[in-house]
Structure formats: C-alpha cells, structure tokens
Design a protein around this ligand. Structure first.
Ligand SMILES: [Zn+2]
Length: 1029
C-alpha cells in the first residue's frame, strides 16, 4: 500500500522539497550544537580530574648493586650479585605464586560462634598455609597482607614490585595497563642476570613487556571472569615441570598468577561451592609445590587483594584490602621475634604487613638492591632467624631499607622543589635511628634489647615516612581543578540557557550558537596552546582550558543576536518549581556522606512524591478522558516505582540496615532460580503491555505490529533462553553436557539478540512508514440531504427546515493513528534499545528495567493528560528515573559494584572496543533507556505537523542532560571542597566519578541515539503529512 496522502500539499512539490532540506539542515546543526556542549563538558571533566587525581612524581633513578644507600655494616662489601648486593642473600631462587583475590580469612581456620559469623563455603578449604606455619614455624609464616586501594590487580602489581604507593590517575584503568617506568623488582632481577619465568595473568606483560623468559613463559587473558579454569589449569600445567630437578637450572624466579579464586568471586561470590572447590584446588597446588621444593628455593604465596561479600573488589573496604601472605622454605631460616606466638594472626587486624613491605624483603632475601622508590620495610619473620633472636640482621636490613628511603626522599624533594617542611617530622626520626645504630656499633657486644630498639627506630622512621608520603601525594592541583570547574559551570550554564531560557524557535537560533561556539573553541585552543608554549604551564592543559573557555564565551556571544527571545530561566510554574527544587535538594545532598550512601532511598522518595502529585493533578482534570488516563497511569507509575524498589544491592556502608535482594543471597553474584521467571514473564507480558499503549491511539499498524508483536517477543524469549542456559551452567544442571557447548550456545543467542535489536531494529526504525492505516468508508446508502428537524417559531405552525444539507454523499477517508503519529513512530527506537539493554542485565535487573519502561509509557500518558508537554517535568522525571533504576539494576556508586562479567554475555574473549561498551551499557542501562525516551515527550500525541517541534525536542534533550549536568557540577565542587574529608575516596570521589561518567554517557546517548534518531521518525512523518513551514 502506497503511503497515503491525506492532506495533499497545497504547495508545489519543489516547496515541500525545500522544506524537507531545511528540516535536515536544522537537524544536523542541532546535533552539532549538542555535540559541541558534550565536548565542552568532556574538556572540563578532563581538566578537573587531572588536578583532582594528581599523583606522585615518578623518579627515573635506579638502585645499583654496587652503590648501597649507606655503608653496609660489619665490613660487608657491596656490589657482588653472587653473594648479595647490599646484604648477604638467603636464597638463590624463588617461586612466587599470586592467588588473585586471596582474602586473609580464606587461609585462616574458622572459629565458630564468635561474632555471630557463620561458616561460609570459603572457610577451611585452603588450610595448608596455616598448618605449615604452625607445624614448621622455622619453615613458614603467614601474615595478613594489606593492600593500598584501589584494589585492582594492575595497581596491586605495581605496588608489589615497586614498593611505592598507587597513583590514582590509573585507579579505574583495569582494562589496559601501561608499562611500569620506575625501578622495580622485575627489572632488578633482569639487571642481576636472573631468568624470570611468568605463568598466568597477562597483566604482568602489560606492566613488564619483554622482561620474562620467552621460551618458558605462558600468559593468559586475565579479563574473562566467566572462565574459572583456563588460566589456573595453564599455570599448573606449566609450573610443575619446571620444579623437576632436570629443569631447575632453566630459571631463577617463577611468577605464577592464578585467577580462579578471583573469578569465582566475581561470578558466584565467595559463599558458593565453586569457591570452595577453587580453594581446595589451590590447597592441593601449594601442597604439591612444597613436596617438589628444593632447599635453596623460596616459596611465596600471596593475594594481591581481597574481595567484598559479593566477591568483587576495587575499593577500600576491609574485605577488599585484607589479603594473605605466606612464605615458606625448607632451609628453616624464618622465626618469630620476642613475644610473638607461633600461631599466625587469627584476624587481619592483628600484626598486618603492608603489601609494599614485600619489596625490600624479597630484594634483600634474593640479594638484589632495594628498588629506588620503595617505601616498605623488611618483614620481621624473614630476618629474625629461626631462633627469633637475630636482631642484628634485623637492625641491619631495617637500616639499609631506611637509608634507601632517605636517599629517595632527598631526590624527590629536589625534583619537586619541596621545602624543608616536608621532612620536618621524618628527619628527627632518621637522626635518632642513626644515633642509636652508632651507639650499638660502638658497643663490643650489643644487647638484644639495644638491637631491637634500633630496628624499631628505623621502622618508626619508615612508618612516619609512608604517612607523610600518603599525605603529600594526595595533593591537589587547585589551578587545574579550578579550570575544570570554571569550564564545567560555564558549559552547564549554557546548557541551562539553551534548555530553559529560549522563548522562540530553538532550532532557528542554534546555527548562530554553533558557529560562535566553534569559532571560540578554535581561537581559545590556539591562544591556550600559545600560552602553554611560551610559559612553563602544561601545553595540554592550557590548550584544553583555552578551548573550553573559548567555546563557552563563543556560545554566549552567539546568544546576543537572539537576546529578544531570551528570558531568565527561573521556574514559572508549579511543576517547573518542583522539578528545580528536587534537583537542587539532590545537588546539596551529595555534600553529605549519609545522603550519598542512601541515595537510592532518597530517589525513591522523590519519585513517589512526583507520582502522588501527578495523580492529584490528573484527578483534577476537567475532561473525563484526561482524568481517567492521567489517574490510571499515575497509579501504574507509583506501583511500578514501588515494585522496582524491592530490588536492592546494598553498599558496605548501608549495612546492617539494608538487605540485598538483587542476587540469590547477600554473599552471592548469581541469581536465584526463582529469578529466572522474570525474563520469561517479561517475554510473555511486556510486548502486550506496549501494544496496549499503541492500540489506544490506533497506532498498532504496519511495522509496529511486526516489531512489537513478533520481533520484540522473539528477542525477549531469546533473552530468557540465554539466562536459563547461564543458570544451567552456574548450577551444573547438566553435568554430562560440556561447559563449552553451553557457553558457545549462549554467546550465539546473545549475539543474535543484539543483531536483532541493533541491525534489524534500526533498519525497521529507519525505513518504517508512520504507523497509520487509512480506511475508505464508502458513501452511506441512505441520502443525508433530507435530514431535517422541526423548528418551532413563536408557537406558530411547524416548518420543516433543512440543515446540513449536502449536495452529494461522499466516501469518507478515516486515518487510524493520526493522534499519535509522531510519538509512536519515535518510540520504536526506544523499543530497539530496550531489547539490547535487557539482554545485558541480570534477571532481576531485567525486571526493574521493564518496570522502568512501563513507567516511561505511564509518564508520557500523564504528561499528555495534564498537557505538560512543554514543562520541564518530563525530562526531569526521566533523569530521576534513570538515577533510581541505576540502583535498582544492581549498582551502587562504588567501583566494586561494576558488573565486569557483563562484557562476556555476547563475547567469549576480550575485544575492543566492544568490551568497555558492553560494561558501560550494563552499568548505565537505566540512564541510557531514559535518555533514549526523552524525545518522545514533546512528540507524544501532537499533531503530525507542528511548528517548532524539532526545537522542542532539542529543548527536552537539553533539559534532561541539564539535570545530570547539575549533579556533575555539584559533586565536582563538593569533591574539591571535601578533598581532605576522611570519606573522600570511599564515598565522595566514587560518586563524583559516577556523575561525570553518567553526564558523558547520557549526552552521547542523547545526541547519537535520541537526537540523531529523531531525524528518521520526524522525516517519515514529514514525508506523509508534508513539512510545516
Ligand atoms: Zn578481580
């Protein structure tokens, strides 16, 4: 059926063509302008973060074997690798086994009853570390091993090899590592001519490219958290042959990095049979290694970080930082000092060692120089001797380490041009320790007590030094932060002006704004580059700031010609005022830690308030149809919001006043079996519910039938199938079917769903005609012309008067779906995204995302019933819903709540750029869905031809982004203000990072999804109904 032409354009074809070209040009320029604002926001965020996340300076110096930081004691001659560079070495060889995410309590026997803790699947499975430490104290010891946050493997490996503190810039870069460019253990091993073999997690190769023995090394992809066995089986397969006597001459140090425990945590959580199984496997591996070990080899088993109750990590909670360290050798040289029992600490609170302490310990045990930037101290048990009385050695290693730290501090102060104050608390401690040492040396036979207190004095210096460094390196570059805040505030203010201050046709003003902004951006960038070139300022920063500021000024100038069409954007209506007040309260609230911790509850309160007020307003509508429509949709909106709020994932700070329901249990990362009913229910009911909204305005026609009735339903059943297969794999329902078959089938299903959504869905969206049907009603059989009624005039005789007389009866042309042509046509786009976003959520998240979509449909109807299309209400409520459903899809404003494993739903290996995109779509799925829905607000149930419609769509998209822009401004300023707050890294910084990430994601989706998408829906309606002039 050819597209109907219900209102044949009165103008000639040429004029319609010109109008359609004008629409396309205006559309392209609007997209360009919103992209420019996005660019300005990104520049501001870059500037702010580069100042906020300022890190320490990396010194290029390397420690030399022949140049000790201080003359070694007892006439020991430095410089001999064979005997030990600065100190007599204890071991020739070492096997270092990293069990990723080995939390301390995994290695400690479970004590029932105490503290109300119940026994988990992870308790008492890996007993070998504890048992050997108790049974053979001279051979082994076990201690809590505390990580510096961020607790990601990449950052931890840096600390474990350099002995220095993390640089926060790379806190989030778990994806791609960059080579370490400062002194470290691996480099020192290479310089000493040792052959180092690496097996397992390939992060090591990103950090130390080309440092490992090419023939024996085996690296495995580290990111596939679905896979519990490939890496571990590979390490075990290759490590044991190397321990055989005939292979012992082939290597000096082996680093084996197991990932199964970490992956079991991410995938299932610690309290799961898979974790118990994995820990028993590690127990067996360590036991076999002990059997194979010769006397000259040191065996180290360590965890690089722990995991939280759900098995994730990245932050700085206790469970995440408390790892385990175990050292073992058959030589029997380890001991316990005075007053320390043979039993290892029962909890990670007792006698913890810092992870950086491993660096000087390993360096001195293997006879290497201590890496230049090290801040750690030697571990007591390793040097105090089997009898626990060798305080002389202990004092000497403490002195060498402290002297290296002192040398490093001298270099650092010089490079950074630090004043004397920086060392005001450490210098007296250093002097006191050196004085004590000199007294001890002068004594012929120093007492144990004197030696011990000398060791303690060096340890005190080291501890104070770490404290000062932590403080100093958390410095903030106020200038850079200020530049970022200035550009962010300026560009968000422009967004506010664009969204709310323009009274005329927004689309008509946009070209001037875009031109001004681009010119300002270019001029500013050039000026900034010149300033950076001529002065000592960083050229990247000054160019970015120049571009940002120039862009803001350029757009402001662009507003000048249209000043008659501007007004101060203060709220003028009840709904505008309410929206503004809500956003303002949220922005202020982010300055409080308890508000930020309980943000999910605040959002529920605000959305419920909006729901009740919309219900009240709907009940007051004079028109009966409007009243019914608004009332029922408000009730549905409230019910959906309330129902979704039962899905929760608690953050650590909410405990014990919160109960997680997102997964099967609080200590699990898998869904409960009953939750599999959710995707099935969605597949059965959701298409019918959506169909109902199309049916009401007779828009369930053409491509809408094909997409909603058939394609979406098939897609949703495939999604349900995917998650059932996933559960079958997790729960081992079919032990006789191979795991890889299940996995391959799953991946194919997931890819089919994505292809259905983004390829078939977009193609349908782009090429569909508006969802209309035209009915030709034939001429009525009875003649209408004689319709008449009696007219009574002054009580006189009745006269028959003919009214509505029609000369001839004509057939009627009825267009079905005219009332909501624009809205339903656009909504098809949101439906294609909905399918893809649902696939990427866990079953519980699918349920809440489906409720989110129903709420969006309710909101569209409420706005129509109350005629609030042009109010800020719609875009603001959508932004609040995006934030609310973010929490309801199992997320929190913490690093550890990121569901990394979602990258493996449609992929079996890491693949760029898809892996990060998939994680982003999982994390910000709710915000994405709401952002895509925004253009539907001004389009819902409007006339197919309405002047200024494109400008209204741009205004709604801008208003929606403005809410997130406001959150970003607020959290950025508050994080800068609270930068010395105790909770900065735990609460305020993660929330700030989330705000800026959401702003960028929402703007990208708003432009690339919504604003670009509008072109096809409005275009196809324009082709049918003609273009407005
Ligand atoms: Zn991990």
């Amino acid at each position: 059926m050819a597209p109907p032409k219900p209102r044949p354009p009165p103008d000639p074809k040429a004029q319609q063509y010109a109008l359609s070209v004008r629409f396309k040009a205006q559309h392209a320029l609007t997209v360009g302008f919103l992209t420019l604002l996005l660019l300005l926001h990104a520049l501001a965020i870059y500037l702010f973060c580069s100042g906020f996340l300022l890190s320490r300076l990396v010194l290029p110096d390397r420690s030399e074997c022949s140049i000790p930081p201080i003359q070694p004691a007892n006439g020991y001659v430095a410089g001999n690798v064979e005997q030990g560079c600065w100190f007599p070495k204890r071991f020739d060889k070492a096997v270092i086994v990293v069990v990723d995410a080995l939390r301390y309590d995994f290695a400690v026997p479970f004590e029932g009853g105490s503290g109300g803790k119940t026994r988990g699947q992870y308790h008492d499975q890996l007993g070998v570390l504890w048992e050997t430490s108790v049974a053979e104290p001279a051979r082994g010891f076990l201690r809590p091993f505390i990580a510096d946050p961020p607790t990601t493997t990449l950052q931890r490996l840096k600390g474990l090899t350099t002995g220095s503190l993390p640089t926060l810039v790379e806190g989030g870069s778990n994806f791609a590592g960059t080579a370490i460019d400062e002194d470290n253990l691996i480099e020192q091993l290479n310089r000493a001519g040792k052959r180092t073999v690496h097996l397992g997690d390939d992060t090591w190769h990103a950090l130390f490219p080309g440092s490992f023995d090419a023939n024996l090394t085996r690296a495995y992809d580290s990111f596939n958290v679905w896979d519990l066995h490939t890496v571990d089986d590979g390490v075990t397969e290759h490590i044991f042959p190397l321990l055989e006597p005939e292979m012992r001459g082939q290597w000096d140090v082996i680093i084996g990095h197991y990932l199964g425990v970490d992956h079991a945590g991410h995938r299932y959580g610690p309290d799961h049979p898979a974790m118990g199984e994995k820990l028993r496997e590690m127990d067996e591996v360590v036991g076999r290694m002990i059997d194979k070990l010769d006397d000259e080899t040191l065996l180290v088993v360590l965890g690089d970080h722990g995991m939280d109750v759900k098995g994730d990590h990245g932050g700085e909670s206790e469970d995440e930082v408390q790892a385990a360290l175990w050292m073992y050798s058959k030589k029997g040289t380890f001991g316990r000092g005075n007053g320390i029992g043979l039993e290892p600490p029962r909890s990670a609170k007792e006698r913890p060692v810092a992870q950086i302490d491993l660096v000087p310990t390993l360096a001195l045990l293997l006879g290497l120089p201590i890496p230049f930037n090290n801040l750690g101290q030697p571990i007591e048990e390793a040097f105090v001797g089997a009898k626990g009385i060798d305080y002389k050695s202990l004092a000497e290693v403490g002195r060498l380490t402290a002297a290296q730290i002192q040398r490093y501090q001298g270099q650092y102060s010089e490079a950074r041009k630090l004043d004397e104050d920086a060392a005001s608390t450490t210098r007296p401690l250093w002097k006191a320790a050196i004085q004590q040492w000199q007294q001890v040396e002068a004594t012929k036979k120093a007492s144990q007590g004197a030696l011990k207190s000398t060791y303690d004095a060096f340890a005190a210096y080291q501890a104070e030094n770490v404290r000062v460094c932590r403080h100093l390196w958390a410095r903030f570059d106020i200038l850079s932060m200020g530049m970022g805040i200035a550009v962010l505030v300026g560009s968000v203010a422009l967004l506010a002006a664009y969204a709310q201050a323009i009274t005329g046709d927004r689309a008509a003003i946009t070209p001037v704004l875009l031109g001004g902004g681009l010119a300002g951006l270019a001029l500013g960038a050039a000026a900034g580059a010149a300033v950076g070139y001529l002065s000592s300022a960083s050229i990247v920063q000054s160019t970015s700031f120049g571009a940002g500021l120039g862009g803001v000024i350029g757009i402001s100038v662009g507003f000048w010609p249209a000043r008659q069409e501007l007004r101060i954007p203060y709220p003028r209506t009840f709904w505008g005022g309410l929206s503004f007040l809500t956003c303002l309260l949220l922005c202020i609230g982010f300055a409080s830690n308890s508000f930020t911790i309980w943000e999910d509850e605040q959002l529920l309160f605000f959305l419920t308030t909006f729901g009740f007020l919309m219900l009240g307003s709907s009940l007051g509508q004079p028109d009966r149809d409007d009243r019914m429509l608004g009332t029922w949709n408000s009730v549905s909106f409230l019910a959906a919001t309330r129902l979704a709020s039962f899905s929760r994932l608690c953050r650590e700070e909410q405990m014990p006043n919160c109960r997680s329901t997102y997964y099967a249990s609080a200590s699990s990362s898998t869904s409960a079996a009953w939750q599999l009913a959710i995707p099935i229910a969605i597949a059965i009911f959701l298409p019918s519910i959506i169909k109902y909204f199309f049916h009401r305005t007779k828009n369930y026609q053409g491509s809408a039938v094909i997409w909603i009735g058939i394609a979406l339903r098939i897609g949703l059943f495939l999604v349900a199938g995917f998650w059932i297969l996933d559960a079958a794999d997790d729960g081992n329902w079919y032990p006789d079917r191979s795991k890889s078959l299940l996995k391959t089938t799953r991946v194919i299903i997931a890819q089919a769903v994505l292809a259905l959504a983004f390829a078939a869905g977009y193609a349908t969206y782009i090429f569909a005609s508006p969802f209309l049907a035209v009915i030709n009603e034939p001429a009525p059989t009875e003649a209408l012309s004689s319709t008449s009624k009696p007219v009574d005039v002054d009580g006189g005789p009745s006269i028959l008067t003919t009214i509505n007389a029609k000369p001839t009866a004509r057939p009627k042309l009825i267009i079905l779906g005219y009332a909501n042509t624009q809205g339903t046509r656009y909504l098809l786009l949101a439906l294609t995204w909905l399918l893809a976003l649902l696939l990427l959520q866990k079953p519980m998240g699918q349920g809440t995302l489906a409720l989110c979509f129903i709420s969006i449909l309710n909101l569209l109807e409420i706005i129509d019933a109350n005629n609030l299309r042009r109010s800020a209400l719609g875009p603001v409520v959508l932004a609040l819903m995006g934030s609310h459903y973010y929490f309801k899809t199992g997320h929190q404003a913490t690093l550890s709540s990121i569901q990394w494993e979602s990258a493996f739903i449609p992929l079996s290996t890491v693949s760029y750029p898809w892996t990060p995109i998939l994680v982003v779509l999982n994390t910000f799925g709710a915000q994405t869905l709401c952002a895509i829905a925004v253009p539907a607000i001004p389009l819902w149930k409007v006339k197919p031809t309405l002047p200024g419609l494109l400008g209204r769509v741009a205004g709604a998209v801008a208003t929606h982004s403005l809410v997130y822009g406001g959150f970003a401004v607020a959290t950025v300023i508050e994080a800068a203000w609270l930068r010395r707050h105790l909770m900065l890294y735990r609460i305020f910084m993660p929330r700030m990072l989330m705000s800026v990430a959401v702003l960028v994601v929402v703007e990208v989706v708003g432009v690339v999804g919504g604003m670009v998408g509008v072109r096809w829906s409005m275009g196809s309606v324009g082709e049918v109904f003609g273009w407005e002039e």
